[in-house]
Design a protein around this ligand. Structure first.
Ligand code: ATP
Length: 201
């Protein structure tokens, strides 16, 4: 039986905060594989600074290059909005004997009870959560998971032990637009790709 982590996001672009979360989840929860899942954003939802799915896919491959990371096109190739419940159900069918984990940052956890069919998602996987900034402590995450989602730590969810890295794709896009240097926020190959293609300028 394998332990498979699923890490979804817009990844517009993927950054070192994402990489650090995926690496910590893999190490601390003894995952065999982490599937990186860039979301398909339907045209009517696209922000003006969202780059094409193929570029986000390439950037993910240049960011999540460790052994055991696999960038998946499952959501990108699905038409319409990417619902996590559909992804987890598809993975449950594809890997019937394996254990599934869903990796999310604290902002995502704290709105989890508004996700489409969130109870169904929880029946399919275990959550792995990381605090994104100092304002949201691991204790806050535990309280929300226990009381709002009705989960038990160690069974329904795990909280990662790692200092928050306050970084977002929004901040990176804004820095590029203002002509700033983002090399400290991305892997070197991802940064080179962004520059070469002139993305987010
Ligand atoms: P944007 O600024 O465009 O909203 P983002 O940086 O929040 O983007 P997403 O692609 O929306 O990135 O996030 C994918 C997942 O990664 C989410 O679960 C989010 O909580 C998590 N995440 C993003 N940045 C960090 C970070 N610095 N530390 C921990 N988790 C993060």
């Amino acid at each position: 039986m394998s332990r498979i982590g699923v890490f979804g996001g817009t990844f517009n672009p993927p950054h070192l905060g994402h990489l650090r979360l995926a690496q910590a989840a893999k190490a601390q929860c003894a995952l065999d594989t982490v599937l990186i899942m860039p979301a398909n954003i339907p045209p009517h939802k696209q922000a003006h600074d969202l780059v094409a799915g193929d570029d986000r896919l390439a950037l993910c491959r240049l960011t999540f290059a460790d052994d055991g990371f696999v960038v998946s096109e499952l959501e990108l190739h699905r038409t319409g909005k990417s619902y996590t419940v559909d992804t987890m159900q598809a993975l449950r069918d594809a890997y019937p004997g394996d254990e599934l984990f869903l990796i999310i940052g604290s902002d995502m956890l704290l709105s989890f009870d508004r996700w489409y069919q969130w109870q169904e998602i929880l029946s399919l996987c275990t959550l792995i959560v990381l605090s994104r900034d100092d304002a949201i402590s691991p204790e806050t995450l535990r309280m929300y998971a226990n009381e709002t989602l009705g989960l038990t730590e160690g069974e329904g969810y795990h909280v990662l032990l790692l200092e928050p890295m306050e970084l977002s794709s929004t901040m990176i896009r804004e820095t590029i637009r203002l002509g700033g240097d983002v090399s400290g926020y991305l892997t070197a190959p991802a940064n080179a790709y962004l520059k070469e293609k002139g993305l987010y300028r």
